[in-house]
Design a protein around this ligand. Structure first.
Ligand code: SAH
Ligand code: CA
Length: 243
């Protein structure tokens, strides 16, 4: 434990200065910086998806805004998405990429894509950028890797599906994403439970908590990437592939 700094009252090792002290502060961020810039069609998708019983799985709009900017910063043109659900992250990606971009979007659930995501994707005029793959992600990625042309051909990957496989996806994605490209893992703070005792965590959260804690430890020392774990949404870990 450190000492209290007299001027601010912060204890340097343990005090985070902002993130996130209250629900009000989160609402402040959304209202001030996110909602005024969120595309109308994304708002419509988000509102429509409130009706889905698992709508809470959608990417939060502040998280979407964050990776939309990342996509532009690295001039992404060819991307992968694992875990589409009702399409908030996919539509965000499609709106952020240039006209001739290619997004390979994978999900085991085709119905939810067609029913919830596709109408908004069509309305936004970005369907031509998307190749939806109805498959479990792991065999599909292995399939892709059989073609040497696919190696290092992706600029960006967003991983948001079965947490048990994140480490397996990682090995494939390090081959598919180019040097200097980005891999984003979503939900790496798992509702904050990664820093709680197992006993205080609900049964439902436990298995994925274990997977994500293992992933976090693995990524922290993986010499093939540099990382930043950003506490946006439910925690996003950015990995930049090194040469
Ligand atoms: N990115 C989405 C949320 C994804 S939720 C959004 O912004 O709304 C997780 C999704 O992963 C679900 O739609 C689920 O069908 C899918 N999924 C689960 N296991 C999978 C697997 N093995 N391969 C591909 N998709 C999977
Ligand atoms: Ca997620």
């Amino acid at each position: 434990m450190g000492e209290l700094t007299p001027k601010t009252g912060y204890m340097l090792e343990v005090d985070h200065k902002t993130l996130l002290k209250s629900d009000d502060l989160y609402q402040y961020i959304l209202k001030t910086s996110v909602y005024p810039r969120e595309a109308e069609v994304l708002k419509e998708l988000r509102n429509a998806n409130l009706a889905h019983p698992k709508g809470y799985m959608s990417t939060a709009p502040d998280g979407g805004q964050f990776f939309s900017l990342l996509l532009k910063l690295i001039n992404a043109r060819k991307t992968l998405e694992i875990g589409v659900f009702t399409g908030y992250s996919l539509l965000t990606t499609a709106l952020s990429l240039p006209h001739d971009a290619h997004i390979t979007a994978i999900d085991v659930d085709k119905d939810v894509y067609q029913e919830y995501a596709l109408p908004f994707i069509q309305k936004a005029g970005v369907e031509h950028k998307i190749n939806f793959i109805h498959s479990p992600a792991l065999p599909f990625l292995d399939n892709l890797l059989e073609d040497p042309k696919e190696e290092g051909s992706f600029d960006f990957a967003f991983v948001d599906a079965d947490k048990a496989n994140y480490i397996n996806y990682h090995e494939r994605l390090l081959k598919l994403v180019r040097v200097g490209g980005l891999i984003l893992y979503d939900n790496t703070l798992w509702g904050g439970t990664v820093a709680e005792d197992e006993a205080s965590v609900t049964e439902y959260m436990r298995p994925n908590r274990q997977h994500l804690m293992k992933l976090n430890q693995f990524l922290a020392v993986d010499p093939r990437i540099e990382i930043s774990q950003v506490p946006v949404g439910d925690g996003v870990t950015l990995c930049r592939r090194l040469p």
